[in-house]
Design a protein around this ligand. Sequence first.
Ligand SMILES: Cc1cc2nc3c(=O)[nH]c(=O)nc-3n(C[C@H](O)[C@H](O)[C@H](O)COP(=O)(O)OP(=O)(O)OC[C@H]3O[C@@H](n4cnc5c(N)ncnc54)[C@H](O)[C@@H]3O)c2cc1C
Length: 322
Amino acid sequence: MQSDNRTFLVIGAGISGLLIARQIHDAGRNVRVLEKGRGFGGRMATRRMGGGRFDHGAQYFTVRDPRFQFWVDRWMAAGIVRKWFCGFTEERNSEGHPRYIGIRGISDIGKWLSEGIQVSRETQAKELRWNDPGWTVRTDSGAVYSADQLIITTPVPQALELLDGCGVAFPAEAFEALNAVQYEKTLAVMAHLDGPSALPSFGGVKVKESPLVWLADNQRKGISDTPAVTLHSDSVFAQTHWDSPDELRGNLLIDSAKRYLGAEVTHFTCHRWGYARPKQTYGSPFFHHPPSGLLLAGDGFGGGLVEGAALSAINAGGVLLR
Ligand SMILES: Cc1cc2nc3c(=O)[nH]c(=O)nc-3n(C[C@H](O)[C@H](O)[C@H](O)COP(=O)(O)OP(=O)(O)OC[C@H]3O[C@@H](n4cnc5c(N)ncnc54)[C@H](O)[C@@H]3O)c2cc1C
C-alpha cells in the first residue's frame, strides 16, 4: 500500500477544525491548526470573569446522528460532558431530546479535542497562496506555514475573504453557493448577580421576547461557583446595537430580562458574535476542491448548530483520509 505523506493545515480551532484535526492526527498524519483566538472551541466558548464562569456562545447541544454520538460518548466517559435536561419547561424536563453541556464549561470540549495536536493559538491566517501544488499561509505575525492540504473552518464569509487572490479559480456555481452562505449576529451579556436568579431549576430559558432569545444561569448549570447569567439578544437587536456602548445595549437587555433575574446585576460585560449562526447554509456537508487540495467545513455547511459543525467535520475527515 502507498504511504500517505501529505501534510494538513487547518485554519480555525472551533469544533469543526479540531474534529477534523483530531481525525487526521489519530490516523497518524501530520496536521497543524492555526487559531486567531486565545482559547479552543471557537463559538463553543467559556469565559472566566470576576469570579464567575460563563458559557457565552453555544449553550448546549443536541445529538441526533450516531456518528456524533460516538464523540459525545467519549466526552462523557472523559468526564467533561453531561446531559443537562430534556425539553424546555420544568414539566417536560424528563421528556424530549436531551441537551448536553460541558460540566465545567462548553470550551472543555475544544480543549479535549486539541490534546496532542499542534495548535498555534493567537495566530491569525492573513494571506493564502496556492503554489500548485501545496499551500502557504502567512499569519498576522509574518510567520509562514506550508501544507499539501488546506482546510478552512472559519465562518464562510471569512473563508472567502481569505481565499480572495489565492491563485485558484473555483467553479462558478460553487463560488456562488459559497457566497450565499449568511449568518445572524447576536449580542451576549455576561452578568454577575448579587443572589440566586429566578430562572427555572435547571437554569435555562429559551424565549421569544424581543430583544431576548435566551437566558441561562451558569451557576445552576454547574459551571460557575457564583450567580452568573448569560443573556442572548435576537439578531435585530444585535444589528441595531452593534456599535452602541456596552452601557446602553447591556442595560437594555438586562432590563428586558428583569423578571427572570430575580436579583440585582452587580456588573456585566458584552460580547459581539458577528457570525453566531448560519441563516443560509451551503447545502452539502463541506466544499472540497481536490485539484488544489482545499476543503471548507463548519456549521455553514453542516446545517448550523454544534452538531451540524461536527457532522461537517466528520464527513470532511472521511474524505480527506480516503
Ligand atoms: C451566541 C451563540 C449561541 C449559540 N447557541 C448554540 C446552542 O445553544 N446550541 C448549538 O448547537 N449551537 C449553538 N450555537 C452555534 C454553534 O456555536 C456553532 O454552530 C458551532 O460552534 C460552530 O463551530 P465551527 O467550528 O463551525 O465554527 P467556530 O466555532 O466559529 O470556529 C471557527 C474558528 O476559526 C477561528 N478563525 C476565524 N478566522 C481565523 C483566521 N483568519 N485565522 C485563524 N483562525 C481563525 C475563530 O476564532 C474560531 O475559533 C451558538 C452560537 C452562538 C454564537
